[in-house]
Each structure stands twice: as C-alpha cells, then as structure tokens.
Design a protein around this ligand. Structure first.
Ligand SMILES: NC(=O)c1ccc[n+]([C@@H]2O[C@H](COP(=O)([O-])OP(=O)(O)OC[C@H]3O[C@@H](n4cnc5c(N)ncnc54)[C@H](O)[C@@H]3O)[C@@H](O)[C@H]2O)c1
Ligand SMILES: [Zn+2]
Length: 370
C-alpha cells in the first residue's frame, strides 16, 4: 500500500508531521503521541463523518482518551465565528489547558473551523488535522490557514496556526459521495499541472495522475494514497517556503481565478468548488497557450487530463450567467487594486503569476465554459 510520512519545516521553526496511511483513523492515539502530544485532548468531529462506518473507531478513541467528541454539523453557512466561539466554550467547559490539544476530524470546513478554535483558545493550543475529504487531504488540511466566513465573504476571518500533524487515511474517503471525490480530484489535477517535473522520484505527479485518475475516482485506496501523498509533498514544499502567503502559495490558485468567479456567479449552488476549478483550469491553460507560454502538445495533454474529470452537472451557462462570471472577475479586479492576476503555466510544471487584460479575462471565461 503506498503512503508515507514526511515532515514540513517552516522558517518560523514550526514543524508539521504528515502521515498518509490506510487505517490511520483507528490509530489517532498513537499518532498523537508520536507527534509529541500526550496531554488532555478534545476531539472535534464532523457529524456526518461520525454517522458513517468510520464513526465507531473515532468514538472508541474519544471514549478511552478524551471524553465525548465535540460534534459539529458543518456547512459553509455554519463556518462562522459563532461556531468557533461555541467550540471554544466547550473546550473551556472541559477544562482543556495549555498542555492539552485539539484533534480535528472532518472535511475542510471542520478542519478550518476547529483549527481556528485551536488558534484562538487560550491564544493557541496545539492541534492535529485529520482531513477526511479528498479536497481537504490534498489542500485544506496542510498549511495552517484556519478560519471562518464573514457575511462579506468566504474565509475573511482567520489565523495562521500550523497543525503539529496532518493525518490522512485514504480509507476514510470510502464513504464520500462520488461528486465530492471528483471535486477533490480537480485539485489533484491542478497540482499535477503545476508540479515540477522532478517531483515524485522518477514518476512525475502528472504521470501518477494520468495513471491513477479513474482508479482514485473508483475509490481504490492505493490510487488515492499515491495521489494524496504526492499532492501533500508538493503543497508541503510550497508552504514551507511561503508560510504566510506572500509568494509561491499563489501557484496553488491555478484555475481558481475563473473558478471562484464561476462559483460566485452561480451563487455557490450549481457547481462544487472542484467542478468550478476544473472549468477554470481550461481557461488558464488556453490563456497560457495564447500567450505562447505553453506549447500545443502540452496544452493538449493538459486539456485531455482535465477532460477526464467527470463534471456530472450541466456546465452550459446562459448568456446572463456568463456576463455574471465576467462581472465577478471585474469585482475581483477592483478588490485587487485594478489588476486581475492569473496563474499561468510556462510549460507543464512551470507556474507563474501574470497580470491579464480585461479582453483576455473574457476570453479565458469563454474557454472555461465552452
Ligand atoms: N485552509 C486551507 O488552506 C483551505 C484550502 C482549501 C479549501 N479550504 C476550505 O475547505 C472547505 C471545503 O472543504 P471540503 O470540500 O472538505 O467540504 P466539507 O468540509 O463541507 O465536506 C464536504 C461534505 O463531506 C462530508 N464528509 C466529510 N468527510 C466525509 C467522509 N469521509 N465520508 C462522508 N462524508 C464526509 C462533510 O460532512 C460535508 O457534508 C471550504 O470551506 C474551503 O474554504 C481551506
Ligand atoms: Zn481550491
């Protein structure tokens, strides 16, 4: 079974141990002590996850070590400051001290929120991130960005708080609805397109992705572990050099400029995040090609991979919706001092950030949606 372990070391001196291992959900106790955490702990868990077949092992862990888990029913609407406050109140009621720690188990909403509670409770207690959706394993779980939404927008409140460990169990993904799995695979494809060629010891992440995409979508733990590990190593290298998001972290936004605009223009109802990113990748790739950064065979190879992402929903947008996507990009431009920046590819594995004109934006939107 592929998988692995490695450590991400930040310039600040913080370290995050990353473990990708089948069955890890049942050994959280050992993994916490291996990460140097042995005090009182609080398990904060995604309610939906607890109702799956993974629930009993987590409840056993909580029972023997920690007392009842703090369960949260999560959604973007409930990823808010009052929820973080409610978690902190329970931590205080349970008397969690500075020698204690938080274990956050669930999708990206739960790990962002519980990580944020860990960041602010007693001005910061250690935490372990245990992401259980593919999107959270390859993206949200690692890197220390924690937070909540405000009415004015997503993720507008938060803190950087690195987890001591990120534990990914590919078997945890067996209960995910297929649409969630495909959504996570869009982020995997994004990583594959921007990963440097020398990354994965002979086999590039792009080749791994091309070889394992359908296997991973069918739930093969081997295929999933192989992709999760490679994506985490890539993200680990990026965040280690850019802990506070001033530089290379922006590369992880490949496909996201148009993707976010599509999500906003369709009121976050029609597409999952990954589906919107898959569409946005097409625009970014075509724009890279028209700027002569990406040659035709590379463009074709990348588009072929993106086309294998199953987007089950109708992606045809009405003229009004297309205009709303362009308006959302213009809104983004205003918020960023009059400039729209895209992550483009100067060759596969060669991400760079460039400013683009309004006309190019419109063309990228058309390419994403056609
Ligand atoms: N911190 C970061 O760097 C970062 C990066 C990317 C995304 N994010 C955040 O992540 C969030 C999206 O995360 P997500 O896609 O995981 O969504 P999510 O947390 O809403 O999870 C999706 C659904 O899957 C359920 N679920 C979780 N694990 C499951 C399992 N194993 N089996 C069955 N169901 C399960 C959840 O209850 C939820 O209903 C967004 O809020 C986004 O802002 C954060
Ligand atoms: Zn994303």
């Amino acid at each position: 079974m592929p998988g692995g372990e490695f450590e991400v070391r930040f310039a600040s001196g913080e370290r995050t141990r990353c473990v990708i291992r089948a069955g890890a959900l049942a050994t959280l106790d050992e993994l916490a002590s291996e990460a140097g955490l042995s005090g009182k702990a609080a398990l904060i868990a995604d309610e939906r996850l607890l109702s799956t077949r993974h629930g009993p092992a987590l409840l056993r862990y909580a029972d023997t070590r920690l007392g009842r888990p703090i369960t949260r029913s999560v959604s973007e609407a409930r990823k808010c400051l009052p929820e973080a406050e409610a978690i902190c109140e329970v931590l205080a009621e349970r008397g969690l001290g500075r020698d204690g720690f938080v274990v956050a188990v669930g999708g990206g909403v739960l790990t962002d929120l519980a990580g944020f509670a860990a960041a602010i409770y007693l001005r910061g207690v250690p935490w372990i991130s245990v992401p259980t959706t593919l999107l959270a394993q390859v993206d949200a779980g690692l890197g220390g960005k924690t937070g909540a939404n405000l009415r004015a927008g997503k993720n507008l409140a938060g803190a950087f708080h690195q987890p001591r460990a990120v534990v990914c169990d590919p078997e945890a993904l067996s209960t995910l609805p297929p649409r969630e799995l495909w959504s996570g695979l869009a982020e995997v494809v994004k990583c594959a397109l921007l990963a440097p060629k020398e990354d994965a010891g002979g086999v590039t992440l792009l080749e791994r992705c091309e070889g394992n995409l359908e296997g991973a979508a069918a739930g093969s733990p081997e295929a999933l572990a192989s992709l999760v590990e490679a994506c985490m190593r890539l993200k680990g290298r990026i965040v280690a050099t850019d802990e506070r998001e001033g530089g290379a972290r922006a590369f992880l936004n490949l496909g996201h400029t148009v993707g976010h605009a599509i999500e906003a223009a369709t009121a976050y109802q029609r597409f999952t995040h990954g589906e919107a990113v898959a569409l946005g990748l097409r625009g970014a790739l075509r724009l890279s090609h028209s700027r002569k950064l990406l040659d035709t065979p590379s463009l074709q190879r990348a588009l072929d991979l993106v086309a294998r992402l199953e987007i089950g929903v109708d992606r045809r947008l009405s003229q009004g919706e297309r205009e709303a996507v362009i308006a959302a990009l213009a809104h983004d431009k205003k918020a960023r001092g009059g400039k729209v920046r895209f992550v483009l590819l100067a060759g596969l594995g060669g991400p760079r950030v460039e400013e683009v004109s309004a006309e190019e934006c419109a063309r990228a939107v058309e390419a994403s949606l056609s």
